[in-house]
Each structure stands twice: as C-alpha cells, then as structure tokens.
Design a protein around this ligand. Structure first.
Ligand code: HEM
Length: 523
C-alpha cells in the first residue's frame, strides 16, 4: 500500500515531501466548521479537521475503481466530494490538495523567496553518489536561487527567447521532412503513426540544439548510435524512476531497478558532458586567439563566470529532462483537437497564411500577429495541463481558509480540476480556443484558473522556449498540411503518467494543402 500511495503522490515527478505529522486520523467527509476551545473561543482548524482521502477511500478509488493512472479525473471527483480543499492521508503520505483558484492564489502569494516544490530524493541521490551538481529541479534554498538567477538570463524573457528562433526554425524544417517520411511509410501514404513520438524527437532535438548548440540527429532517418543510447536512457530513467520511487530501499539490493536507474542517469550526464567539453574547448581556443566567444545558451553559461562546469552539467541535464515530454505532448494534443475540429483548423490556417504566406518561414514578429495560434496552445494547456499536479512545501506556518498548517506541510495544486472548472471556463471539457480571444471572457476569469507553467520565481524556466517551439512548429505544420483524424483511430483520453499523455497512440492524417482552403472565421 505504501508503494502505491508513494507512487501516486509522486507520479507527477514534481511532488512528494515528507512533512512530519503526528496523530492523523483518517476520517470521512465532515462539515468544515470552526472548532471551539474548551473556553469557547474559536480556534483555527487543523489538518485533522479537513475532509478528504484516507486509507479506505484510497483503496476504493485507486485500486477498486482503477483511478491509479487517472489521478487527474480524481481531482474533479474529489473536488465534488470534499470541496475546494481536502486532505490526502494514507500511511506516511500526507498532503493538502487545493482546487480553487482563490485559495491557490493565496498560497502562491505567500511562497517566499525560495519556494520549495518537493523533495526529488532519488534524483538527488544519483547526483550525490556520483559527485555531480544539482540542477534547477533538485536544488533548494539560496543555491537554487543563485542558479535560477543565472539560468533565467537568455531564457525567461520573451525578448531573449527570440534569440533561438532561427535554431528552432531549422529544427522545424527537419521535423517537416521527418513527418513527410513518416506518412510515406503508411499504406495510404498520409497517416503519421504515433504523432507524440515524432514530436518527442522534435522537442529533444530542439532543446538539445538550444542547450548544447549542436545538432544531435534525432530527426535523421538513422539516429546516430550515441544519440539513440541517450534517448533510450531518458526513457529507461523515467521508467525505472517509477519503481525506485515506489519501492522500499532494501529492494535496491535485490531488484534491478535502482542500478538501471543510476546507469541511465550516468549515460544522460556523460552525453551532456561530452558536448559541454567540446564547447568548452572551442571557447578556450577562441579566448586564446583574443576573440570574444560566440554562441548562445551554453556559451553564455560557460563564459558567465557565475557557475562552474559541474553546475552547468547538472543544470543542462535537468533542463533537458523537463523540456521534452512537456512540449511534445502539448503539441500532440493540439494537433489531435485541430484534426477533430475543421472549423477551428480552417480559421487557424487563414490566420497563418495571412501573416506568413505558404513556403515562408515565420519570424517572432509574425507570431505576434497570430492571436488564434496562441489561443490554440493556451486552450490545449487548459484542457491538458501537462503537469496536472504541482506542489509547494510550506516554508513557514500557513493560515488559510480558517485552517492552520505547520511549516513543512505539502500542498498539492490540482491543475486539471482547476482548469476544467465551469465557473471560469463554460463548457469546460470542450476545446474552444476562442475563449482566450474575447476580452469580456478573459477579464472575468480568475488569473490563477489556468497556470500551466506554474507561478512566481519557481515557475517554469523554459516557458518562453516551449512557447516559441510550439508556435513555430504549429505554424509550419498548419501552413503545409491539413490534419484529419485517422478514420481507424477512436477517441483519445489523457493518462496521468509523468505528464498527461495520450492513453493510445495519436495517429493522424497529414494531407497536403491544395489551395488556400475555404475561408473560416469565427463569427
Ligand atoms: C509545454 C511546455 C511546458 C510546460 C507546460 C511546463 C510546465 C512546468 C511547470 C508547471 C513547472 C513547475 C513550476 C512551478 O512549480 O511553479 C515547470 C518547471 C520547470 N520547467 Fe517547465 N514546462 C514546459 C516546458 C519546459 C521546457 C522547454 C524547459 C526547458 C527549457 C522546462 C524547464 C523547466 C525547469 C528546469 C523547471 C524547474 C524550475 C525550478 O524549479 O526552478 N520546461 N515547468
């Protein structure tokens, strides 16, 4: 049972810390009334007073009803059962779940200078055992703050992300060739199988090119052997992580998962280190010749003088891990919905070709003139917040909604339930990008009702890069192809693995666009 509950709490990869609680009782729903002290004065309620999930409820929903990979749906169910704030208290796992934008805002606004998400113990263990540095996901406190100060530069501001547009466009061109090759493989010549997998190769190539300033060949017909090892290691690391995270430590001696997990990380780091060393040699040679080192992100990090090579290596590995599944799955969901909704796709095509005629490559200024394109991505991230649950550990005592929670309490933010809330998003399960275009809609909406990139100083460092990648890729795909569902494919639903993924391969038809298409516009 501990195995399951640990795995579940940590399934998003972002969560889990072990706040020290004592005397927790598992109880059914009860009305949240302010309790009284013996003297009759009202006192703040505590974790024990919260309604929520205890052992039997856990067994019922997770095991008997089979929601273990559908945690995102459970958020919606629990919200209906317990209200906007509930507890999870199973064995040693204790957390407070939040599914109201108002409470989320209150929590986030008091998170302090060094917000803590959760303890990624097994990632840290690898770094510790191998004498490597932590990156932005695993580091905490002042050291994390210092790292983010350095990493944020050249990445976080939209004006800085623009630096990478040419590099991303180059990779998008290769993606289009790759999609062409993939569809040719199908018997009818137009179906691309498992679109998320193809986009994974795009996202990995894109982020590697930005981080290492080197192409690694993910989109080549024959992926180079070293790159293939690297890709396999990422997959293996995540797969084994599920087991090492869930199983007790003693099993590390008898089961293969732990060693395989460590080896996968070793391969990931070794791959990165080789590229870093190569770049470092080039920078040194340039400096020796009295030249200013030319280059982008890696060059900036290595020549900043603010982080060591070891720190660069730790950070680059974690940036890579965070920047691939997120972008690729979001793009896959986008194409899936556009295929199902020809009217929206038609309107998007019209917008794209109005700004960037066919065969032309979009610039970042062009993207600024495509509001529907941006709305489509926002709407996808609302329906499928790729990180469906995020967390913060209270760095001091928190008083919220009449409850007192001690320092160390783990708060889980239920982004799936939040962004499918009818109060902020009428017809919440429908794909309606237009809802992001109309002023009267956006101004009435709570600002914390859909925050797929997180919030504040600990928010996603790769947001601008991710948006640029998704916007540039989507523009070119829609310019070139009309996307339709595969007649053999059925409805695809999300599954909560490390991120929200499709429960079956998304196969789509990629048809050449013959004409400028009929005009679609939203009335
Ligand atoms: C659709 C794309 C993406 C989504 C939806 C996304 C979402 C998120 C979310 C929700 C967080 C947690 C933020 C918080 O706790 O407030 C996060 C953190 C992070 N993301 Fe992203 N992300 C995406 C793409 C990327 C990319 C492309 C990169 C790398 C360039 C990246 C690197 C990171 C890192 C390093 C962190 C940890 C930051 C820290 O703890 O200081 N992400 N992301």
């Amino acid at each position: 049972m501990r195995v399951l509950s640990r795995g579940v709490l940590r399934w998003a990869g972002w969560s889990s810390s072990q706040p020290k609680w004592t005397g927790i009782c598992f109880q059914r729903r009860r009305e949240a009334t302010v309790a009284s002290t013996a003297a009759g004065a009202p006192r703040l309620k505590t974790f024990q007073d919260l309604p929520g999930v205890g052992f039997w409820s856990f067994v019922y929903w997770f095991l008997l009803r089979g929601y273990i990979l559908h945690m995102h749906e459970l958020q919606v169910i629990y919200k209906k059962l317990y209200g906007p704030m509930w507890k999870f208290a199973v064995g040693r796992e204790k957390s407070v779940s939040i599914a109201s934008p108002e409470i989320l805002e209150k929590m986030m606004r008091q998170e302090g200078k060094y917000p803590m998400r959760c303890d990624m113990t097994e990632w840290k263990e690898h770094r510790h055992l191998r004498g490597l540095a932590y990156g932005p996901l695993t580091e905490e406190g002042e050291r994390w703050y210092h790292l983010r100060q350095v990493l944020n530069k050249r990445m976080l501001k939209p004006s800085e992300a623009v630096l990478y547009a040419d590099a991303i466009n180059e990779v998008v061109s290769d993606l289009l060739v790759h999609l062409e090759n993939e569809r040719e493989k199908s018997p009818c010549g137009v179906v691309v199988q498992n679109v998320a997998n193809q986009l994974y190769r795009f996202a990995l190539e894109g982020i590697s090119y930005i981080l290492f300033e080197t192409r690694i060949g993910c989109l080549q017909k024959q992926i180079p052997a070293k790159t293939q090892d690297f890709i396999n290691s990422i997959g293996l690391m995540f797969k084994n992580f599920v087991f090492v995270n869930a199983l007790p430590k003693w099993t590390r001696e008898v089961l293969p998962f732990w060693n395989s997990y460590l080896e996968s990380w070793d391969t990931i780091f070794a791959f990165g280190q080789k590229l870093i060393d190569k770049r470092m040699e080039e920078i040194t040679a340039q400096l020796e010749k009295g030249e200013k080192p030319k280059g982008e992100y890696l060059t900036y990090l290595l020549s900043s003088g603010k982080v060591t090579i070891k720190e660069v290596s730790g950070s680059v590995a974690e940036l890579l891990m965070a920047g691939v599944d997120t972008t690729s799955n979001t793009l896959a969901w986008t194409l899936y919905h556009l295929a199902k909704d020809p009217e929206i796709q038609g309107a998007l095509f019209q917008e794209v070709v109005r700004v960037v005629p066919k065969e032309q490559i979009p610039t970042t200024e062009d993207l600024g003139r495509m509001p529907l394109l941006k709305a489509v991505i926002k709407e996808t991230l609302r329906l499928y917040p790729v990180v469906p649950i995020n967390s913060r550990v209270a760095v001091k005592d928190v008083v919220i909604e009449g409850y007192h929670f001690p320092k160390g309490t783990l708060f889980s933010f239920c982004h799936f339930a939040l962004s499918r809330n009818e109060a902020n998003f009428p017809e919440p399960n429908k794909f309606v990008p237009q809802r992001w275009l109309r002023e009267e809609h956006t101004s009435a909406r709570h600002p914390f009702s859909s925050i797929p990139f997180g919030y504040g100083v600990r928010g996603c460092v790769g947001r601008r890069i991710a948006e640029l990648e998704m916007h540039l890729a989507l523009t070119r795909i829609i310019q070139k192809y009309e996307i339709r569902p595969d007649p053999q494919g059925g409805d695809v639903k999300p599954l909560a693995r490390v991120v929200l993924v499709a429960d079956r391969p998304i196969n789509l038809q990629f048809l050449d666009r013959q004409t400028d298409d009929s005009s679609h516009a939203f009335g």
